[in-house]
Design a protein around this ligand. Sequence first.
Ligand SMILES: Nc1ncnc2c1ncn2[C@@H]1O[C@H](COP(=O)(O)OP(=O)(O)O)[C@@H](O)[C@H]1O
Ligand SMILES: [Mg+2]
Length: 261
Amino acid sequence: MTDGGTSAKIRLAGVTHSFDGVRALDNVDLELSPRQSLVLIGGSGSGKSLLLKSILGLVEPDAGTIEVDGEETVGMPENQRMQWMKRFGVLFQRQGLFDSLKVWENVAFRLLHEHDVPRAEAREIAISKLGQVGLIAGTADLFPAELSGGMQKRVGLARAIATDPDILFLDEPTAGLDPIMSNIISDLINDRVDDLGASVISIVSDLAVVRRIADSVLMLHEGRVVWHGPVSDLDTADNAYLRQFVAQSIDGPIRMPALAG
Ligand SMILES: Nc1ncnc2c1ncn2[C@@H]1O[C@H](COP(=O)(O)OP(=O)(O)O)[C@@H](O)[C@H]1O
Ligand SMILES: [Mg+2]
């Protein structure tokens, strides 16, 4: 960045959030450049989902600043936030599909309820988005429970891109899939992100997927950023947390809570 850093898509500085006095996010700094793909890694409970929720304004940090396109979003009035949220596409952990809605109604949910797109048009857009994630039009009238895990992920992705967002948040987009399907979904993510020219933050625990979709990687541990660097440094960076994570070792600075005492 040559303009003093103002062209970052998303910039966090000192973001801190506590629950009952325990810091779940601790002084987090993060910068996402336009059209970059950042992947968050870290153990369970390290603060990854909370970080995305903070940027979305679903939880308000106790301290710190969160800028999107140079605009401060912490403390933004509710009506302004609703407008502002429209630029985000989000794939929540476990997809968060509504069981009682058909596939196309899930994909078109925000078009119908936030963008006031007429139903017939919303359905057309949904079918087109389903096509972009490799699902035939006949999928549109099924219910989520009728789909395989891989198809549900595709529907979740179709919903995330339905409004042509320029920022995408993907929370575990390949969790629970077999390795081949994970690769297929990863490539789909890359293709759709390229079409949209979107900036992306994903949460991924599968290292093969991290390598496939990340430009840069940020590692959290107990709410703190313990490593941040290009994906090309994943195997060589001299960082004890990262080395343990990549080696999937039980020995190292990351300690899982004991199951029995
Ligand atoms: N609504 C909440 N109330 C209390 N604690 C929470 C809440 N949301 C998250 N936490 C705590 O914050 C920490 C980070 O959670 P989270 O961001 O969901 O972790 P992960 O890295 O697995 O996505 C965890 O210790 C979790 O228990
Ligand atoms: Mg999570």
